[in-house]
Design a protein around this ligand. Sequence first.
Ligand code: SF4
Length: 110
Amino acid sequence: MKVAIIRCMQTEDYCPGTIDFKAVREKSGAFSNTNEDIEIIGFVNCGGCPGKKAVLRAKESVKRGADTIAFASCIQKGTPMGYPCPFAKKMKEVIQKGLPKTIKILDYTH
Ligand code: SF4
């Protein structure tokens, strides 16, 4: 698996993404069902509200080899602040629409 992780820009000050990297390394959370090696090919933020830049960033990640786009848990689960992204649904919808059907989307990381 070659994964690009997209995180919430607003959450960056609260979290350096430690648990995302741990989940990939230990194949836990959203990565627990794979036996493949996992390579992180990108770790970017959404570009800030309302997340439109995430669309381009996901596309660029796929151009660079990502076969999976993972939304970090800060986006849909709202971790670690308990404040989920109000634009998450739309962001996912538009990203998915712009990518080949073969690209896997993960709704969270851990
Ligand atoms: S669009 Fe959502 S994920 Fe991006 S900064 Fe705003 S709240 Fe965070």
